[in-house]
Design a protein around this ligand. Structure first.
Ligand code: HEC
Length: 442
């Protein structure tokens, strides 16, 4: 009996009939598995002759899969849409984008999903999973074809990605919207593919001294001042804020999905890169030990310790980390002529130059939280500034741009020619002197 009954089924029944074999391996339309005609449409057709060209019957197949976290299992959705469908089937394969003959991850077999192993040429004789590194084909089980179920046809496939980041992964899928005739006629075949990549990894703030003053790169930071954060995977792109990042005159709290929290308040992000972020610390009345975290596309770094002080005055320096960023009244740079040849000149005794820094504290009127600065806001108390050993007269000190303090000082008449350290005292805190020089020449 068994032998007799098996004869007709073995010759016709392949996909879902009583033999329950399911579709042969290698029918997803993956280009490396065979010719373009080698889909379910090699056997299934609507009315036209075989092979049926996929995607010609007005429906579609779609795969919903998210970027993978290496080794972390996810459930992939396969959806076949076709208003004529009354019974459904599919086949899905996952390959490395760098070599599409190679498997990417493993599918889990269960009551609804069967998993066959490649190579694709094995067709009906392909073994069942585990596939031990061979390519895999996930398909519907007989029960999962759900005879009589109208549009759409839905399947869930559990997939475990490779344990390491293997770059892009491409999925090929074929879907069959059938008429539930239990034959290979009156059916509609659809194919598509989708590429994913490894999900961004969690940002990591460097383990020590990683959150620093944006001008001095020393430990103390302060509200409404520039900070620099160093680490890895901090961002996926490299850029500074641009006009499109502002809403009105509000500074951006994120750039490309990257944000910074200082003592649990959102900072304003100026520059992002994988290894460094420059941001404007938000206003805050707290001081002392606080924590800073970076959030990248919803992935949160571990908090990093930082010290928040009311003030942490520091001068910005030019590119070589030696000379104070300073300008003459006409806007040209102050520095030795060798610093920016043709663009920088020393300051003269008696001349008023502008120095630029951060961390000088609260202005009056107060600093506008998170807004661009349109008119200069003066500090109620001017810092004391020394150039070399001489006290310089401070003619203006205030905020002229977001987080940027401008200090106009007169070079003392007795200042000798040469390079002199410039320091500021603000509220009892002295700016770091190392590597902040002003060049004076008569
Ligand atoms: C080698 C030929 C062949 C290939 C390739 C093939 N099938 Fe089939 N399929 C059949 C035959 C024959 C039947 C008729 C029922 C049976 O014998 O199981 C069938 C039946 C089905 C049915 C039930 C049809 C209905 O109207 O009730 C589904 C669903 C199905 N196949 C899905 C697929 C999918 C999905 C693929 C591609 C991944 C595929 N098949 C590839 C031969 C094939």
């Amino acid at each position: 009996m068994i032998l007799l009954a098996s004869i007709p089924f073995a010759s016709f029944g392949r996909s879902n009939g009583p033999t329950g074999l399911g579709p042969p391996a290698g029918r997803t339309g993956a280009p490396t598995d065979g010719p373009a005609t080698q889909t379910c449409g090699a056997c299934h057709r609507n009315a036209a002759a075989l092979p049926q060209v996929p995607n010609t019957e007005g429906g579609s197949v779609a795969v919903s899969v998210v970027n993978y976290i290496p080794g972390q299992k996810q459930t992939i959705g396969v959806r076949i849409t076709d208003t004529a469908g009354l019974r459904w089937g599919f086949q899905l394969t996952a390959r490395l984008k760098t070599d599409e003959t190679k498997v990417a991850g493993t599918f889990t077999a269960n009551d609804d999903i069967r998993v066959r192993c490649g190579p694709a040429a094995l067709g009906d004789t392909s073994p069942a999973a585990p596939c031990n590194g061979e390519v895999e084909f996930a398909s519907h089980s007989l029960a999962a074809t759900k005879p009589g179920t109208p549009n759409p046809g839905l399947f869930s496939v559990e997939w475990t990605p490779p344990a390491a980041n293997v770059g892009e992964i491409i999925f090929y899928v074929a879907g069959n919207a059938t008429n539930n005739s239990n034959t290979n006629v009156g059916d509609h075949i659809y194919t598509t593919n989708v590429t994913i990549q490894a999900a961004a990894s969690k940002p990591l703030i460097a383990p020590s001294a990683a959150v620093v003053n944006g001008a001095s790169f020393q430990a103390a930071i302060s509200p409404n001042s520039w900070i620099t954060i160093r680490g890895t995977d901090l961002a996926g792109s490299i850029r500074t804020w641009g006009p499109a990042d502002f809403s009105g005159n509000s500074l951006p709290k994120t750039l490309d999905g990257v944000g910074v929290n200082v003592n649990n308040r959102a900072a304003y992000v100026y520059y992002i890169s994988p290894t460094q972020i420059n941001a404007l610390a938000p206003g805050d009345t707290a001081s002392g030990n606080i924590s800073v975290e970076v959030v990248r596309s919803g992935l949160r770094s571990d908090p990093a310790p930082a010290v928040l002080n009311r003030v942490s005055p520091a001068f910005f320096v030019f590119k070589n980390d030696k000379y104070a960023a300073a300008t003459h009244a006409d806007g040209k740079f102050v520095g030795p002529t060798s610093l920016y040849p043709g663009a920088s000149t020393p300051a003269k005794p008696g001349e008023v130059i502008a120095l630029y820094g951060t961390g000088f504290g609260v202005t009056n009127p107060a600093i506008p939280e998170g807004l661009t600065v349109s008119t200069a806001l003066e500090l109620p108390t001017r810092p004391g500034v020394r150039i070399g050993s001489l006290t310089a007269e401070v003619q203006f000190a205030g905020l002229t741009a977001a987080g940027l303090y401008q200090i106009n000082v007169k070079i003392p008449d007795q200042t000798p020619d040469g390079d002199h350290a410039v320091v500021a005292d603000m509220g009892g805190v002295t700016s770091p002197a190392a590597g902040v020089l002003v060049t004076v020449a008569r």
